[in-house]
Design a protein around this ligand. Structure first.
Ligand code: ADP
Ligand code: MG
Length: 569
């Protein structure tokens, strides 16, 4: 095929691909426009995870009737006039690409009224072409409705994940902006049902409570002002006390000059600040806002503007690390630290159902903590955690003696049942910061390719990358901290084992592998809250007594047996 110039339609679809990867990218760009328009209130309505409908309504400055169509031209923006302006960007948008890109791959209705004009404008576009325009009445502000995303780009549509996954990505963007702009009111609905909303009170803690719930929101420590730093870099935000930690870095949220960013190095600065304060393999929770003079940061390095480049990256690293460390060390002794930590191993949920036994003793010293003569729905007795032995087994007391629980096997069971339940909707998946190419043997590559669809349901996003190499773009969220190459090799083994079996069994073999990798290992010291969380999660399982591979999760030693062993009988 000779060289030729692409048609404008194809060229604009390719360009759109850089900005609009999935429904959440549309939400992000539209919300950014509303923020740039000085809106006070931003409403986001989503239908079918964004495939059918995304509508963002704001009460911002609106677009004058004469400029409405211009807003949809590529490289048209009101936020930048010259190349020099690129050196000090203070708005979220500046590339003038979003509306053009979104319109190229969907059906858009743009309804806007500039505050200083009498009437508003309605503009309809399909595949980037204006198909209708008329004056309309509406209060000042803008409503952008995006329907049938990727209707004209089947390749993209095919790669959309489950509705639940796309919803989660959308939720993530809306909550990020709610955190960054606490004085704005955000409201998000999915299919008409109210999801997240922030009060717009201007108080970041109110938004943190809306995002994380009352308990975690209240436990977070505010980073104090550091007037003596002598740096032009300012750090604000909230960090978790050392008792609050998770199994992945997903609890670390970073913003630079009001823009959410992905920056593995700065996330590491936060992690480093907790050095020796957290159990190994655990990560802190933090929401951090960095502000610095706009000319000291280049935001124009990524089409979706999710990455930035600092003039002095080392200095930013130092300032962030110091601010976080100070906050944690200075404040961690105040009551927040003694709040019950939320066990955050995947699959455990904190529960207030069973107060720790020492609390009961403190309140009612005369009464011995009675063990519930009760059972979990699974038929497993309800247990009280006593401790851990060998960093591998949880010791618990039940109605009839002692139980030793294998922490790894038990966690495997919990994860497995959860994954089974999630399979229909799609297992939550976590994109890698940097997609990783993984080489497989030609034979296993063929197997992976053949099972790509079911792997996708299980949270793997894999892309053929030439030869027998796959680009790993996302992993099941429970494996977010694992090494992509190892995970994929392991999955390939499971596929090989499951070859002659029916698809269902192959899928289960993959799930067992995933759960094995994700489960807490023997050798990991667990906090009491984590042990209690695990035992409670196990109690809720349908088959709590064995791991997915059939090994026992627990051993029971009855009171009678103990008496015999001690020669009391
Ligand atoms: P950018 O945000 O990079 O300027 P966009 O394509 O997102 O590019 O938007 C193009 C222009 O349309 C903006 O510069 C702005 O003038 C106008 N615009 C878009 N959305 C809104 C909105 N919600 N309120 C007011 N003006 C808007
Ligand atoms: Mg924009």
């Amino acid at each position: 095929m000779g060289i030729r110039i692409l048609s404008p339609e194809v060229a604009s679809q390719i360009a759109a691909g850089e900005v609009v990867e999935r429904p959440a990218s549309v939400v992000k760009e539209l919300v950014e426009n509303s923020i740039d328009a000085d809106a006070r209130e931003i409403r986001v309505e989503v239908g079918q995870g964004g495939r059918r409908l995304i509508r963002v309504t704001d009460d911002g400055c609106g677009v004058p009737a004469a400029e409405a169509e211009l807003a949809f031209h590529r490289h048209s923006t009101s936020k930048l006039a010259s190349a020099e302006d690129l050196n000090h960007i203070t708005t979220l948008g500046f590339r003038g690409e979003a509306l053009a890109s979104i319109a190229a791959v969907s059906r858009v209705t743009f309804l806007t009224r500039a505050a200083e004009e009498e009437a508003g404008t309605l503009l309809r576009l399909e595949g980037g072409r204006v198909v209708a325009r008329r004056p309309v009445g509406r209060p000042p502000g803008t409503t952008v409705t995006v329907e049938d995303l990727f209707y004209n780009v089947p390749a993209r549509r095919k790669f959309l994940r489950s509705e639940a996954t796309e919803r989660r990505h959308i939720d993530a963007w809306v909550t990020r902006y709610a955190l960054a702009y606490p004085h704005l009111r955000f409201a998000l609905t999915h299919d008409g049902r109210e999801g997240f909303h922030s009060p717009g009170s201007g108080d970041l803690r109110d938004v943190l409570v809306a995002v994380h719930g009352v308990k975690t929101g209240a436990a977070l420590l505010e980073i104090p002002e550091d007037p003596g730093s002598g740096s032009s870099i300012r750090v604000r935000g909230f960090v978790g006390p050392p008792s609050l930690h998770r199994g992945d870095r997903g609890g670390i949220t970073l913003f630079v000059n009001g823009r959410w960013i992905q920056d593995a190095r700065l996330a590491y600065a936060v992690i480093q600040a907790y050095h020796t304060l957290l159990p190994t393999g655990r990560y802190p929770v933090a929401t951090i806002f960095i502000s610095l003079p706009p000319e000291e940061v280049d935001v124009n390095v990524h089409p979706a503007k999710a990455e930035v480049r600092f003039q002095d990256g080392n200095e930013v690293f130092r300032v962030v690390q110091r601010a976080v460390r100070r906050s944690v060390l200075e404040q961690a002794h105040i009551p927040a630290a003694s709040l019950p930590a939320s066990p955050t191993w995947p699959g455990f949920r904190p529960s207030d159902r069973r107060p720790p036994v020492w609390a009961a003793q403190a309140q009612e010293p005369a009464v011995q903590p009675a063990l519930p003569p009760r059972e979990a729905p699974s038929g497993m007795p309800l247990l009280r955690v006593v401790g851990q032995v060998g960093a591998a087994y949880i010791i618990a007391e039940g109605p009839d003696g002692l139980y030793l629980i294998d922490q790894h096997a038990a966690h495997e069971r919990v994860l497995y049942e959860r994954m089974m339940a999630q399979r229909e909707e799609g297992v939550p998946s976590q994109g890698l910061l940097e997609p990783e190419p993984v080489d497989l043997s030609p034979e296993t590559a063929g197997l992976v390719e053949a099972h790509r669809e079911s792997l996708r349901r299980l949270g793997f996003e894999l892309e053929p990358f030439g030869g027998s190499t796959f680009l790993v773009r996302a992993l099941p969220a429970v494996l977010a901290h694992a090494r992509a190459a190892e995970v994929l090799a392991d999955v390939a083994r499971a596929l090989q084992e499951g070859r002659s079996q029916v698809a269902e069994e192959t899928e289960q073999a993959v799930m067992r592998r995933v759960c094995k990798q994700a489960a807490v290992k023997a050798g990991q010291v667990l906090t009491r809250e984590e042990m209690e969380g695990l035992v409670q999660a196990l109690e809720r399982c349908a088959s709590p007594r064995t791991c997915p591979h059939g090994r026992p999760t627990m051993i029971h030693i009855s009171v009678a047996q103990l008496a015999r062993e001690f020669g009391r009988e």
